[in-house]
Design a protein around this ligand. Structure first.
Ligand SMILES: C[S@@+](CC[C@H](N)C(=O)[O-])C[C@H]1O[C@@H](n2cnc3c(N)ncnc32)[C@H](O)[C@@H]1O
Length: 237
């Protein structure tokens, strides 16, 4: 199994000034922002999974899942909570959530190959009660609602890199998370393209910041930084 490092390709440093927080120019567009890229990626990963049973890349490494699961334990998120994995990719997080005892799990992704891969990965683990749907999160037409917890690991990053409509995509994304969550529901986001300050700014209206999950930090030129931000928000109406 390939495990991505905490700074995978496609993760740029984004600036943190007041003007840049809402800007679309703090990192450039990338193929990682396109559906074609993800479809080709998951087609390959699906073939590899069928050949050798390797689920493929774990974005930001295994620890990125463990830290969210640890927070869920500490917060005593009930096992029957409705949980949505936004842009589920290979479904690896759904597998971990199910093994952790969560029973009401949904994953969505706009890549048909991702959906097929995630279903295959879940089936190989005998986890047949997990729902995986092909769906564009930015155009889900009210189908996603009443979730207790929404999880994002790398999907808002991908949407922010869209070469065509990143600005609109970011706005639609925030609204889609609001629509998908119950009042007081939690949103757990792990991002490598946005800093804590930028995420706080982006998810300020309709959300209450709950906490930052500790991520590995690095030191460079006398400054301490983190290559990944992991934040928890609560939906407030
Ligand atoms: C960086 S990958 C992360 C995958 C998975 N969350 C993980 O941690 O391994 C980004 C994922 O977002 C999905 N994605 C991007 N834009 C999307 C959209 N508008 N709707 C649904 N899924 C989307 C991609 O297909 C891809 O699976």
């Amino acid at each position: 199994m390939e495990v991505a490092t905490e700074s995978p390709h496609g993760c740029g440093n984004s600036s943190d000034t007041e003007e840049d927080r809402d800007s679309d120019t703090d990192f450039g567009p990338s193929k990682l922002g396109t559906k074609e890229y993800w479809e080709a990626t998951y087609q390959n990963e699906l073939e590899t999974f069928k050949d050798v049973g390797d689920v493929g890349e774990i974005w930001f490494g295994e620890e990125s899942m463990t830290r969210v699961l640890r927070w869920m334990d500490k917060t005593t998120i009930p096992e029957n909570s409705a949980i949505l994995d936004i842009g589920t990719g290979n479904g690896a997080f759904l597998v971990e959530l199910a093994k952790h005892g969560y029973k009401n799990l949904t994953g969505i992704d706009y890549s048909p190959a991702s959906v097929e891969l995630a279903r295959n990965v879940l089936q190989a683990e005998d986890l047949t009660d997990v729902t995986v749907k092909e769906m564009d999160f930015l155009n889900c037409q009210g189908e996603l609602k009443d979730f207790d917890v929404c999880i994002d690991k790398g999907t808002f990053d991908a949407i922010s890199l869209n070469p065509e409509n990143a600005k609109e995509g970011k706005k639609l994304y925030v609204q889609a998370v609001k629509d998908a969550l119950k009042d007081r529901g939690f949103f757990a986001i792990t991002s490598c393209n946005w800093t804590k300050a930028q995420l706080l700014n982006r998810f300020s209206e309709g959300f209450e910041f709950v906490q930052e999950l500790p991520t590995p930090s690095f030191q460079f030129g006398g400054k301490t930084g983190s290559s990944v931000a992991a934040l928890i928000f609560k939906r407030v109406l």
